[in-house]
Design a protein around this ligand. Structure first.
Ligand code: ATP
Length: 257
């Protein structure tokens, strides 16, 4: 298959108002269908990278392209359309806790509805059916009408995965998706993310703290330090020692050249 760039960062810099360089002149291409894990110490810039890709925050310099279109310069409807193609998975699940599982999953469709229809939850029967099917995919069909806050952490993360499936994006950005879960549950959540990647061809970029999960699920690994990419390689060609060094903050860019 010819490599098709899905996410492109061109000379991207993010300077926070207090002067911190969250990202320092990053150039990066992620292809359609890749499962990329981003690793690095706390404060390295992993979340800044993800938040910049879907423009949850504006970058200071450079350009970011999503499937060939600049999200950096998009406005109004064009920006909303690009954002529709990007699903997010958060460490804290970001569910509406007092709403039902089904309603939470349907919010994945909000980007497709006019403001007033989504305010009044006027979802079509077809979308309700799709949301139900998404819940089947993550093995939660028996929890459709349960309130989100009645579920365990792992189940709540599966609801957020079903929400992303309903949104049907091209890209999923997962910011520490398993950080608040026990190891067994974390692995199961990663398996569902892998399913979205393999069965639906969604491109996944995930920040992960766990070396073990990163090695098991990523196809490609990006090591980040002080707002720069200090390692970029195929998982299968990345020795375990490189991981240890990235996580210990000992890997310097020169070692990777
Ligand atoms: N809103 C902000 N204002 C100022 N500095 C910030 C802001 N957000 C992040 N930073 C700084 O930018 C750098 C990168 O932070 P970021 O949150 O991207 O790191 P991270 O690798 O995701 O860390 P963690 O694993 O702890 O989430 C850090 O020095 C951080 O203190």
């Amino acid at each position: 298959m010819v490599n098709q760039p899905m996410i492109q960062l061109k000379n991207v810099t993010k300077v926070y108002p207090n002067g911190t360089r969250g990202l320092n002149n990053i150039n990066l291409e992620i292809n359609k269908g890749e499962f990329v894990v981003v690793v690095g110490l706390s404060g390295a810039g992993k979340s800044t990278l993800l938040r910049s890709i879907n423009r949850l925050q504006d970058i200071s310099d450079g350009d970011i392209l999503i499937d060939g279109q600049s999200i950096t310069h998009a406005k109004g409807k064009a920006l909303r359309n690009i954002r529709r193609d990007i699903g997010m998975i958060f460490q804290n699940f970001n569910l509406v806790k007092r709403s039902s599982v089904l309603r939470n999953v349907l919010t994945g469709k909000v980007g497709y509805y006019s403001a007033w229809k989504s305010t009044f939850n006027l979802f079509s029967a077809e979308d309700k059916q799709k949301a139900y099917e998404a819940l089947q995919q993550v093995d939660l069909a028996d929890k459709v009408y349960v309130r989100a806050d009645q579920l365990s952490g792992g189940q709540q993360q599966r609801v957020s995965i079903a929400r992303v499936l309903t949104q049907n994006p091209k890209i999923i950005l997962a910011d520490e998706p398993t950080a608040s879960l026990d190891p067994k549950t974390a692995k199961s959540v990663m398996q569902y993310l892998k399913m979205l990647n393999q069965e639906y061809g969604m491109t996944v970029v995930a920040n992960l703290h766990s070396v073990e999960l990163a090695r098991e699920f990523g196809d490609r690994v990006l090591g980040v330090k002080s707002g720069e990419i200090i390692y970029d390689g195929k998982m299968s060609e990345t020795p375990a020692a490189v991981f240890e060094k990235i996580y210990n903050g000992q890997l310097e860019e020169a070692e990777n050249e």
